[in-house]
Design a protein. Structure first.
Length: 151
């Protein structure tokens, strides 16, 4: 959890690579929240698109899932229900899931909270299944990296 550019995605990918480097067995998957929602919504519009179950199956079955940018797109009620199913199923199956998000529970005025973006019900489930790590006061990773490349 942290502001844009704080390195959340970079750290999540580093965690995945660490698991791979440690030669741990298991299936790993990185998924962007906005891409996932777009794919689910597209499955309603086309007979050619993969079905909802075909989209969700790999996400449900992998041993370690990184779901990046949680809340980056505000989903419809139907998509919220699908996401709750996905996250709740992973929780019940005791499968590890890493989430990254720009949204906090106590945002500054005029900003939305994570619960506003993904629903109170889903946020409540996340309280139960996650340990929150906040990246606060971290300089913008992208800017710092870019500046280091030019020196």
């Amino acid at each position: 959890m942290g502001p844009s550019g704080s390195g959340k995605t970079h750290l999540a990918v580093a965690a995945l690579l660490d698991v791979i480097d440690a030669s741990k067995s298991g299936r790993l998957l990185f998924s962007n929240f906005q891409d996932l929602i777009q794919e689910i919504q597209a499955s309603f519009d086309s007979d050619q698109a993969p079905s909802k179950s075909e989209i969700l199956r790999p996400l449900l079955e992998v041993d370690l899932l990184v779901l990046d940018e949680l809340g980056s797109q505000k989903p419809s009620m139907f998509v919220q229900d699908i996401l709750y199913y996905l996250i709740n199923s992973r929780y019940n199956a005791q499968r590890t899931t890493l989430f990254t998000t720009n949204y906090s529970d106590t945002p500054p005025p005029k900003d939305e909270s994570l619960a506003n973006r993904i629903s109170e019900r889903l946020r409540s489930r996340l309280y139960e299944m996650t340990e929150e790590i906040k990246l606060a006061g971290v300089p913008d990773f992208r800017t710092t990296f870019r500046e280091s490349q030019h020196h």
